[in-house]
Ligand binder design. Structure first.
Ligand code: FAD
Length: 282
């Protein structure tokens, strides 16, 4: 099965166009759609209105992201109360990036596992969390990162979505290591169809994501031609997804970035594969 990720508008004037884009993606009938959350909570109401619109008017289950690093307990509880009012049942519990210069600030929540516990206590949500096949940038080692991941799962995380990666072997190795560490919840690999070469090089540098030579060649050759880059990026993502399905993965999350044409093309490329890949364990 395939799911898609969208993000809320940062400003009021963009709301209608973002809403329209998310509706076009919902019409493709993915297994579910996730809606991101501004780290500072600035667009929190838009996260909820977009997530509930997808669910109520298009029948597509929604997963609302929630970050905690810049929030106090009251704000988090208020957001959870609103989620219930909107009928949202699935939440991706995240820490969020620590704003620059605030590394030593005392905060209500330091790690996502604390938010997971808070949501669990609140009750009646299916809770997911993030994981990093190449290790989170702040971690000293992957071993340490996986130990903390185990704590997050033990706190009540029922499934995990991965950070993007461009070499499936990294994911297979990671799955092997976390299963060995006793993490048994479903893991949904996150795949990013790259449509902007310069942007992806910057993002990967920041997040420490490995760009295989094969992928770099594509960016070098097609990065300055938007149409060619889009076509090549979609083809690369499609290939990654087919390989994941062929190797026993049953659910893939696509970072579709509010781009209905990209989501549609990926669905089209996998039209005979997705139906045969329903059900089964992740
Ligand atoms: P955590 O699970 O808390 O981990 C953060 C770091 O702390 C890791 O290095 C971990 O090893 C370490 N750690 C955990 N527990 C402990 C402990 N007890 N002691 C010491 N170290 C510990 N950001 C947004 O702002 N909005 C979004 O909507 C959003 N969606 C995302 C969706 C996915 C699928 C992913 C992969 C990321 C998303 N992010 C989002 C980015 C995310 O907020 C950042 O990557 C953030 O830096 C880490 O968040 P986390 O929930 O993984 O944190």
């Amino acid at each position: 099965m395939l799911s898609f990720e969208v993000f809320p508008p940062k400003t009021d004037d963009k709301y209608d166009s973002v809403k329209h884009a998310t509706e076009e993606i919902a019409k493709l009938r993915p297994a579910y759609m996730s809606v991101t959350y501004g780290a500072g909570g600035g667009t929190s109401d838009y996260t909820l209105s977009i997530a509930s619109n997808i669910k109520d008017n298009y029948g597509v289950p929604s997963l609302a992201h929630l970050t905690c690093v810049s929030s106090d307990t009251e704000t988090v509880r208020a957001q959870l109360t609103k989620m219930k009012e909107f009928g949202i049942e699935n939440v991706l519990a995240l820490r969020g990036d620590i704003p620059e210069g605030e590394e030593n600030t005392v905060r209500a929540y330091s790690y996502a596992s604390e938010l997971v516990r808070e949501i669990k206590e609140f009750g009646d949500f299916c809770i997911g969390g993030a994981c990093y096949p190449e290790g989170h940038v702040e971690s000293q080692s992957q071993k340490e990162d996986i130990l903390h991941l185990r704590e997050k799962v033990d706190a009540g995380c029922e499934f995990l979505t991965t950070q993007m990666f461009f070499d499936n072997n990294i994911l297979y190795n990671f799955l092997y290591k976390i299963r060995e560490a006793g993490i048994t919840v479903p893991v949904v690999p996150g795949i990013m169809p790259v449509t902007n070469g310069a942007q992806i090089e910057r993002i990967c540098k920041l997040s420490g994501t490995y760009l295989p030579q094969r992928f770099k060649q594509i960016v070098d050759r097609f990065g300055s031609d938007p149409d060619a880059m889009k076509q090549a990026g979609i083809a690369y993502a499609t290939e990654q997804i087919i390989d994941l399905f062929a190797n026993g993965v049953n659910a893939v999350h696509v970072y579709s970035m509010n781009k209905p044409d990209v989501a549609e093309k990926i669905m089209e490329n996998l039209s005979c594969i997705i139906g045969k890949n329903e059900g089964g364990a992740l």
